[in-house]
Design a protein around this ligand. Structure first.
Ligand code: SAH
Ligand code: SF4
Length: 341
């Protein structure tokens, strides 16, 4: 898909055309311009030539059919990954009660260099545009339409750091929110950051009820800096200060993600130290089993259970995330756009 010439093409058209076209693409989910019958034929021909709608993607489906990974090739041949996770409600065959959650990338690569993350090892190649972010969501919206299903949630937890591409990420969220296009409520959208403080501060001013997640992964600066070099510039206590300001302003819950990496951040002492930081009303800790990479291994199940128990005993709100799509390398932190096929 390439919409970079769209505005230029519409220069001599009435103003409502752009709204009409965005609606055709992002609400009616057209896959070719002939479906946009409300547009004049001549304009449709120009659009066909200059604004292709086809999304160049390869799909991989996990064995249990619950996770679908898309490797999307952008106009400049760079590749990004997006993942659809389908969660069926356990007691129901009714598709309206199931969740279809799409995890999107916001950068090709990532500049933050977290040592446990495959995307981080790539470095930053470039930011995605608003349309390149939306394209990933659109791909799965079209896919689900074939079975009369819809996307119910979008998470900015794929490749890249959302707050290092703040404007384009926020523009894409506004489009998701727009009743004339995707019409997805902000409460169904989650943004995860490694703790870019200016981004947290800016988000607090946006007046959007979306879900903010902070990748914490360590309970003190020494360990956190080892795992996440960005901690030098954005140390723990300053991140938590920014989060508290955000909470005071928005009254929203905050999700702190904590990966459990074997022998690195999973001791009883780590759990106790984390509990001291996290014992706050609107703080939630989400424990995530580490998806193995060449560098680190996941904590054993018993260690995870004990870690969780300690947090609970200390009165921390804690949940545990399951990992989806490991067999197709679609799990968090495994996104590194190698085309293995
Ligand atoms: N850059 C943002 C959002 C993308 S990363 C951030 O870091 O928050 C999404 C999540 O995947 C983060 O919590 C990240 O720490 C986690 N992650 C990275 N590598 C992982 C791995 N190998 N296994 C499980 N989760 C991982
Ligand atoms: Fe970037 Fe997030 Fe990976 Fe860190 S964990 S390198 S911030 S994508």
């Amino acid at each position: 898909m390439n919409l970079t010439k769209l505005e230029k093409l519409l220069e001599n058209q009435p103003a409502f055309r752009l709204t009409q076209i965005r609606q055709a693409i992002f609400k009616d989910l057209i896959e070719n311009w002939d479906e946009a019958q409300t547009l004049p034929a001549q304009l449709r021909d120009q659009l066909k030539e200059q604004c292709p709608l086809k999304i160049d993607a390869k799909l991989a489906v996990s064995k249990d059919n619950q996770t679908i990974k898309a490797l999307i090739t952008l106009q400049d041949s760079k590749k990004v990954e997006a993942v659809l996770m389908k969660h069926k409600s356990p007691n129901s065959s009714n598709p309206t009660t199931s969740r279809n959650s799409v995890c999107v990338s916001c950068q090709v690569g990532c500049p933050m260099g977290c040592t446990f993350c495959e995307t981080g090892k790539m470095g930053l190649i470039r930011n995605l545009t608003e349309n390149e972010i939306l394209e990933q969501i659109l791909l799965f919206a079209r896919f689900l339409k074939k079975t009369d299903e819809k996307i119910t949630n979008v998470t900015y937890m794929g490749m890249g750091e959302p707050f290092m591409n703040y404007d384009n990420v926020m523009a894409s969220i506004r489009t998701l929110n727009d009743p004339k296009t995707f019409n997805l409520g902000a409460r169904r959208i989650s943004v995860s950051t490694c703790g870019i403080i200016d981004g947290i501060d800016r988000l607090a001013e946006e007046n959007l009820e979306l879900n903010l997640a902070i990748s914490l992964h360590a309970p003190n600066d020494i360990l956190r800096t080892k795992l996440m070099p960005s901690n030098r510039k954005y140390p723990l206590h300053k991140i938590l200060q920014a989060v508290d300001t955000y909470v005071a302003k928005t009254n929203r819950k905050i999700m702190f993600e904590y990966l459990l990496i074997k022998g690195i951040n999973d001791t009883e002492e780590n759990a106790q130290e984390l509990a001291l930081l996290m014992k706050k009303k609107l703080y939630m800790v989400n424990l995530i089993p580490y998806n193995p990479t060449d560098t680190y291994k996941p904590s054993p199940t018993a260690t995870i259970r004990q870690f969780k128990q300690t947090l609970e005993d200390e009165g921390v709100n804690v949940t545990q995330r399951y990992s989806y799509g490991q067999d197709i390398q679609a799990a968090c932190g495994q996104l590194a756009t190698e085309d293995k096929s």
